[in-house]
Ligand binder design. Structure first.
Ligand code: NOJ
Length: 780
C-alpha cells in the first residue's frame, strides 16, 4: 500500500459520534440559520428521497451547498497538475462534497469520520477513484477487454472491480470510458472499447451493470461514472487533449451511441471531457450537458468535470476564472474536480447575478441524491469494513477470473504453418525487453494494482510448462533508447532500466541464444506508459531497436513467434510479412504471464478479435472499417489515377476490424434470410451455419454487418449490428440466428431524426469485417 498523505495523518478519529442525517427518516441534522430560499421543485421518482433532501437543503447555507460541488484529490497518486491544499480545513468548513485518490478501509473511514464529525450538517463524502480495468485484481486494459467480445466476462470484470473497490473504501469509480477512438496515435485508445459504436454500446452497458448491479445501496456496488462526455477520442491528429470538430451526423451516428447506451443502463454520473465540441469546451457546453444529456436522453444523475477542466477553459479562450465557473454551472456541470473554481467564485457570482442560487441548488441536489442513492446517509461507513476488505481483495476466484479474461482477450494475428501452439518440450529462446517485465503487465490506469503481484511472461511460461521446456533468455533490446522518452516514462512510474550495452551487443547475444534454441518467442511492444493519458505517439511502430532485433532473429532461420504487449494498434508490416506467428496480448493484467503461456502452449485456444483496425503504416490513419464510400472508390486498377487512394501504400489495413485467428478453423455457410422484403416495422432473421473444421475445440465470434445502400445522407460501407461468441467442439456445427430489428436499420438523418428509410440493404456475416458473405433485402 502506498503511504498515507500528511493530510490524512491528521484525520485520526476524534470522538466519532455518528450523528449523520438519517436516510429513510426525517433528517436529524441540527436546526440552523440557513439562508437558502425555498427549494426548487424536484422531478425525482423517489418522494422519500425528495423529502429527505428538501429537508436537508433547507438547513444548508449557500456556502455549504457550493461546498458539495467541490471534489478534491486527497492523498496517493494525483493524476494532474493540481494537488488539493488544506483538505482538513476545507472539509471541516463544509467545502467538500467528495474526494478521490483515498482508499483502503482505514483511510476512507478516517476521512469519512472526519467529515461526519467535524462538519455542521454531517453530510458524508463521496469517495471516487480511477478503477478502470480492475481495482486490486487487474484485468486486461479496456481495449483488451473489448477484444474478448465476451459481454458476460466484461461485466464480471467490472463486478469484481466493484466488489474490491467497495471493500476498499470506495463508492464511486471513474469508469467506463466509452470514447470511440479511431486514431491509434491517441494513447487513450487503450482505455476504451475501440472504434465501433455498436460494440462500444454493448461494452458500456455491461460495465455499468457490473459496477452498479441492481441496487446501489448494497455495500458491494459502486456508482459508475461515464466518461469522457463527449467525443474525447476524436482529438485532432491523435494528440491528447486536442480539438475535436465533427458534423452532427457523424457525432450522432458514430460517436454518441455508447454514451447514450450507458445512460440507458442508468449510469449514476457522467464526467465531462477536456476537449471542445464544435467550438465550446464540453465542460461549458450547455447543448451537450443539458439539452442533449438531460432533456433528450433523460439523464438524472450528476455531472463531474474532468481534472481541472473548468480552469482549462481559460486557455481554451472562454474567459476569466470567474466567467468559466459560471459558464460551467450554467451549462449543467454539477461538480468541479480539483479546480476549486466553484468554491472560489460561485458565491460572488450569485451576488453579481451571473448565476442564481437556484442553479446551485440544482447541482447540489444532484450530488446529495447520489449520496442518498448510495445509502451514505444511512451508513457513511458502509464501505469501510476491514474484514470485508481482507476477505475480498485479490481472492483466488478473482485471480482465476483475471487469468480467464486475459486469455479471452488475446488475439492471434498470424500463425503460419501452425507454429502455435508450441510443443511442451525442447527449448525456446525467450527474447525481448518485455519478457521479464512485471510492471508492464498491468498496464496503465491500474491505479491500485500492485505490479509486484503480476505474473511476467517468463514466470507464466515456467508456471505452465515447468521443466518440460528449456528457456534460454536474452533481453535483446531496450524498450526504447531515447533517453528523453525513458526519463519521461520513469518520471511516471515506468520502472524502466536502460541496459547500457550497445544495441549491437544486445542483439548479438539474442541471436546466439536463438541459435541454441528450437523456437524464438520474442516478447516485444510498448511499455505501459507509452499509451494511456498524455501518451500519444506519432510513430506507432515498435519503439527503439526492437525491429532491428527481430530482423536479426529472423536471419537465424528459427521459427519466430512474436508476443506483442502494447496499448494501441501498431504498424506491423515487416512483422506480418516475416514472423511465423503473432499473438497480441495487450497489457493483460495481474495474470498476464500465465494467460499468455496458456495460449502459447495450447491450454487455451485463442478467440479474441480486434476492435480497432491495424493500419499498415501510420500515414493511413484514421483508418476504420465503417467508413463512408467516396465518389471515386479505388477498385484495384493500378493505373487508374483519379481514385481515392495513396500512391505509396494500399488503402487496406494490415488487420481489419473483427479479425483474429484460432488454432482451429471455422467454416461459414452463406447466410440465409427469413424474407427478402420486410416492412419498416418487421424484423429479419438471419441464419448462418458455423462449423469447426480444424483440430481443436474453439470459440468463434460470429459477426453480422449491414449496409444501407441508398439514404438521404450517405451511409457507411458496413456497420456491425450483431455478434455472437460461440464455443464449438471440433467437428461441430451450430446454426447462429440473428434478429435484425427495425431499430438496427435506423440512423440519424440530416435533421437528426432517428429514421428507418425504406430501400435496399445488404446483410453480411463472417469471422471479421472483411471476410464476409452477403444477402440482400429490401424494406418497403
Ligand atoms: C483525468 C482523466 O482524464 C480522467 O479519465 C480521470 O478519471 C481523472 N483524471 C481523475 O483521475
Amino acid at each position: 500500500m502506498k503511504k498515507l498523505s500528511t493530510a490524512l495523518i491528521f484525520f485520526l478519529c476524534v470522538g466519532c459520534s455518528q450523528n449523520v442525517p438519517q436516510q429513510g427518516t426525517t433528517s436529524s441534522a441540527p436546526a440552523t440559520t440557513a439562508t437558502a430560499p425555498a427549494q426548487e421543485a424536484t422531478t425525482s421518482k423517489n418522494p422519500e428521497m425528495d423529502r429527505f433532501i428538501n429537508d436537508l437543503m433547507a438547513k444548508m447555507t449557500l456556502q455549504e451547498k457550493i461546498g458539495q460541488l467541490n471534489l478534491l484529490a486527497v492523498g496517493f497518486d494525483v493524476t494532474g497538475p493540481v494537488v488539493s491544499k488544506n483538505v482538513d480545513e476545507k472539509i471541516r468548513s463544509g467545502q467538500v462534497g467528495g474526494v478521490f485518490n483515498t482508499f483502503t478501509p482505514v483511510a476512507a473511514r478516517k476521512l469519512q469520520e472526519f467529515a461526519v464529525n467535524n462538519t455542521r450538517l454531517k453530510i458524508p463524502l463521496l469517495f471516487g477513484y480511477d478503477v478502470i480495468h480492475g481495482h486490486r485484481t487487474i484485468f486486461p486494459i479496456p481495449l483488451g477487454l473489448s477484444t474478448s467480445w465476451d459481454m458476460d466476462m466484461i461485466e464480471r470484470s467490472a463486478r469484481i472491480a466493484a466488489e474490491e473497490a467497495s471493500a476498499d473504501g470506495l463508492n464511486w469509480v471513474f469508469s467506463p470510458m466509452v470514447d470511440i477512438a479511431r486514431d491509434p496515435r491517441w494513447g487513450r485508445i487503450a482505455e476504451g472499447a475501440g472504434e465501433d459504436p455498436y460494440l462500444g454500446s454493448q461494452v458500456a452497458k455491461a460495465m455499468v451493470r457490473g459496477y452498479q448491479g441492481d441496487d446501489l445501496t448494497q455495500n458491494n456496488t459502486v456508482m459508475a461514472c461515464l466518461k469522457h462526455f463527449a467525443l474525447y477520442g476524436a482529438a485532432e491528429a491523435g494528440r491528447d487533449y486536442g480539438t475535436t470538430d465533427m458534423s452532427l451526423q457523424r457525432m450522432y451516428n458514430e460517436y454518441l451511441p455508447p454514451y447514450k447506451a450507458a445512460i440507458e443502463a442508468n449510469v449514476g454520473s457522467v464526467m465531462t471531457s477536456f476537449n471542445e465540441i464544435n467550438g465550446i469546451p464540453a465542460t461549458g457546453n450547455k447543448w451537450l450537458l443539458t439539452e442533449l444529456l438531460r432533456d433528450k436522453w433523460g439523464f438524472d444523475g450528476f455531472v463531474v468535470t474532468d481534472y481541472t477542466a473548468i480552469n482549462e477553459m481559460i486557455p481554451h479562450g472562454m474567459g476569466t476564472e470567474a466567467e468559466v465557473g459560471a459558464l460551467a454551472l450554467k451549462a449543467g456541470t454539477d461538480m468541479d474536480m480539483v479546480g476549486e473554481v466553484f468554491l472560489k467564485h460561485l458565491d460572488q457570482a450569485v451576488k453579481e447575478g451571473k448565476v442564481t442560487e437556484a442553479d446551485i441548488n440544482t447541482a447540489c441536489r444532484r450530488i446529495l441524491e447520489a449520496k442518498y442513492k448510495l445509502g451514505l446517509f444511512q451508513d457513511p461507513y458502509r464501505y469501510t469494513d476491514d474484514n470485508r476488505a481482507t476477505a475480498t481483495i485479490m481472492k483466488p476466484e478473482f485471480i482465476d477470473a483475471s487469468r480467464e479474461i486475459a486469455r479471452k482477450s488475446m488475439v492471434l494475428l498470424k500463425n503460419k504453418n501452425n507454429v502455435l501452439p508450441l510443443k511442451q518440450s525442447g527449448s525456446i529462446a525467450l527474447i525481448g525487453p518485455l519478457a521479464k517485465s512485471q510492471r508492464d503487465m498491468i498496464g496503465n490506469w491500474s491505479a491500485a494494482g500492485d505490479w509486484k503481484k503480476a505474473v511476467s511472461v517468463e514466470e507464466g511460461i515456467r508456471n505452465v510448462v515447468g521443466n518440460k521446456v528449456k528457456i534460454n533468455y536474452a533481453k535483446g533490446a531496450n524498450i526504447a533508447d531515447d533517453a528523453q522518452m525513458l526519463k519521461r516514462l520513469n518520471a511516471h512510474g515506468g520502472q524502466l532500466d536502460l541496459d547500457t550495452r550497445t544495441s549491437e551487443a544486445m542483439i548479438q547475444e539474442a541471436v546466439k541464444v536463438a541459435r541454441a534454441s528450437d523456437v524464438i518467442v520474442a516478447v516485444v511492444g510498448e511499455s505501459q506508459g507509452m499509451s494511456g493519458e498524455a501518451a500519444s505517439r506519432a510513430d506507432i511502430t515498435l519503439p527503439g531497436q526492437q525491429l532491428e532485433l527481430l530482423k536479426a532473429l529472423k536471419k537465424t532461420g528459427k521459427p519466430l513467434v512474436l508476443v506483442l504487449i502494447n496499448g494501441r494498434p501498431l504498424a506491423l508490416k515487416w512483422e506480418e510479412e516475416n514472423a511465423d506467428a503473432i499473438l497480441e496480448t495487450w497489457f493483460a493484467g495481474t495474470q498476464a504471464g500465465n494467460a499468455t503461456a496458456d495460449v502459447l502452449f495450447g491450454n487455451y485456444n485463442p478467440s479474441g478479435k480486434l476492435t480497432t483496425t491495424f493500419p499498415q503504416v501510420v500515414g493511413q490513419v484514421p483508418l476504420f472499417y465503417n467508413h463512408k464510400n467516396t465518389g471515386r472508390p479505388y477498385g484495384g486498377q493500378l493505373l487508374d489515377k483519379y481514385k481515392s487512394r495513396y500512391l505509396d501504400v494500399e488503402n487496406e489495413p494490415l488487420y481489419p476490424f473483427g479479425y483474429g485467428l484460432s488454432y482451429t478453423t471455422f467454416n461459414y455457410s452463406k447466410p440465409q434470410i427469413s424474407k427478402t422484403t420486410i416492412s419498416p416495422t418487421e424484423s429479419l432473421e438471419v441464419k448462418v451455419d458455423v462449423s469447426n473444421t480444424g483440430n481443436y475445440d474453439g470459440e468463434e465470434v460470429v459477426q453480422l454487418y449491414i449496409q444501407d445502400l441508398v439514404g438521404s445522407i450517405t451511409r457507411p460501407v458496413k456497420e456491425l449490428k450483431g455478434f455472437r461468441k460461440i464455443a464449438l467442439k471440433k467437428g461441430e456445427t451450430q446454426t447462429v440466428t440473428f434478429t435484425l430489428k427495425p431499430e438496427d436499420l435506423k440512423f440519424y438523418n440530416y435533421q437528426l431524426e432517428h429514421v428507418l428509410e425504406p430501400g435496399d440493404f445488404k446483410v453480411y456475416v463472417g469471422p471479421n469485417s472483411r471476410d464476409v458473405q452477403e444477402q440482400s433485402f429490401k424494406v418497403q
